[in-house]
Design a protein around this ligand. Structure first.
Ligand SMILES: Nc1ncnc2c1ncn2[C@@H]1O[C@H](COP(=O)(O)OP(=O)(O)O)[C@@H](O)[C@H]1O
Ligand SMILES: [Mg+2]
Length: 443
């Protein structure tokens, strides 16, 4: 019918105009992400025009059902024969809704709150809005007092498995690990967030994420050391590039001791030079940064004997010292495990408190999600729990109270091994020469 065609053409034209409005892109938590990739034409031509009509049309009803509107008139009372009737007008007044503005993967719509309303009610309504607007995900942020931005994602940009060769380094210690759910690259910079905890059930994608991280850091002038107490099955693939790999607890203890000794040396250097961190030292005098990667961290804490318990306490104390001192002295750590809670021992909670960056893959129990994200971003816990078994590599990451859904780049064991062989001898670690003889963990 001609009028349908007219509406269609107008919608397409409107989309074209909106597409050019880059400043409308919502500023989500990006952890330093660079924008990458484009949106889908299906979304621009089909999804967005439908949302443009659906959102304003459903707004009044949605607000009434979700209790987001306010009474049009104050509570009233009236006489009905001999009876006094008190009540609230049925028709409510919904908060003013702006025009849904297109983004590459969805839209963002601004809501002007009525006096007395808070963003909390809208955050709680996110799930209902997903169904009402038939979008993939809704997040609510409050950019200014009295306003909320409802950021909807039309479809899941993380549904596709992605794999690409390592990207040029944005800066030393920064690594592009995958994609975020707003379509941007997911980049983590260890200089701004020095230590990370990665959790998730078996087969959820932890080791693949570590592989992506290692291949990014492996191309840089960074000393990489690993602890993999599951016989080195995962990190062993990258052994050619690692300066040291510990595969049992005794080796781990020796490696951690060497790291703490190195930290003491770096501290003395900084003190002598009047520097507060190694980054304040002149370039020639600055030691290379070290990244310690631990896979299946719980193995480090499991004890079978009394002698083993002493070793565990020693390892936990050394890990804690590395975490506490390492940030300013260029020694970073990434710990991955199925869980990392107080049940592993008293040291685990203290170490976790030092790990400011968190990544939570699919979990089997609520407790692990709470333990990983609960203290930093409580509303991310349910999102982490909703990751399904098919979504391998999908995770929720939290940093500084902000969170986002991400998916790591797929790095196969072959790619990891090849990359290690290509980048071997990239950087030397003189301090590891001081590991006592017989450690067997030197490259
Ligand atoms: N980002 C990803 N995209 C696609 N597949 C992935 C991704 N991450 C992991 N996988 C798949 O999931 C499987 C398990 O991953 P893995 O990293 O070994 O999990 P975990 O270390 O948590 O047990 C791997 O075989 C891998 O192919
Ligand atoms: Mg693993």
């Amino acid at each position: 019918m001609p009028w349908e065609l007219t509406i269609w053409i107008l919608s397409v034209l409107l989309c074209m105009v909106l597409l050019t409005q880059r400043w409308w892109e919502p500023k989500l938590a990006k952890q330093g992400a660079r924008l990458g990739g484009g949106g889908s034409w299906r979304w621009y031509l089909l999804g967005y025009p439908v949302a443009l009509v659906r959102v304003p049309l459903t707004w009044r009803k949605v607000c009434r059902v979700l209790d987001l509107d306010i009474p049009r008139r104050p509570r009233y009372s009236m006489m009905n024969r001999d009876t006094m009737v008190a009540g609230t007008a049925v028709r409510g007044l919904p908060p003013r809704l702006g025009l849904p503005r297109v983004t590459r993967f969805g839209f963002v719509v601004r809501v002007h709150l009525h006096p007395g309303q808070t963003p909390a009610a809208f955050i709680a309504a996110s799930d209902a809005l997903v169904h009402a607007w038939r979008v993939h995900q809704v997040r609510v942020t409050s950019p200014r007092r009295g306003m909320v931005d409802v950021v909807a994602t039309g479809y899941d940009p993380l549904a596709r498995v992605e794999s690409w060769p390592t990207l040029p380094t944005p800066r030393l210690l920064a690594a592009t690990l995958g994609k975020a759910d707003d379509g941007s690259y997911w980049t983590v910079d260890l200089r701004t967030s020095p230590h990370w905890l990665v959790t998730g059930a078996t087969q959820s994608g932890k080791s693949t994420l570590l592989a992506a991280w290692l291949t990014e850091l492996g191309s840089q002038r960074v000393i990489l050391v690993g602890i993999d107490l599951k016989g080195g099955m995962e990190l062993g693939l990258y052994e050619a590039r690692l300066a040291a790999l510990a595969t049992d607890r005794e080796e781990a203890r020796r490696l951690l001791t060497a790291l703490v000794t190195e930290l003491m040396g770096r501290m003395a250097t900084c003190r002598a030079a009047g520097a507060r961190s190694i980054w304040d030292l002149p370039e020639g005098a600055r030691p290379d940064p070290v990244v310690l990667v631990v896979d299946e961290v719980a193995e480090l804490f499991l004890v079978g004997s009394l002698a083993g318990r002493k070793e565990v306490v020693e390892c936990a104390t050394l890990l804690l010292r590395v975490a506490q001192l390492g940030a300013a002295l260029g020694v970073h750590m990434i710990l991955a495990g199925q869980r990392f809670g107080s049940d592993l021992g008293p040291g685990a909670t203290a170490i976790r408190a030092q790990l400011g960056g968190r990544i939570c893959h699919r979990v089997n129990d609520e407790q692990t999600a709470v333990m990983t994200l609960g203290d930093l971003a409580p509303d991310a816990v349910t999102v982490a729990q909703s990751i399904t078994e098919d979504e391998k590599g999908v995770a929720v990451t939290a940093l500084d109270g902000q969170w986002m859904r991400v998916r790591s780049r797929l790095v196969t064991p072959d790619e990891l091994r090849t990359h290690a062989n290509l980048t071997t001898h990239h950087v030397t670690a003189p301090f590891l020469d001081r590991i006592p003889d017989g450690s067997g963990d030197r490259d």
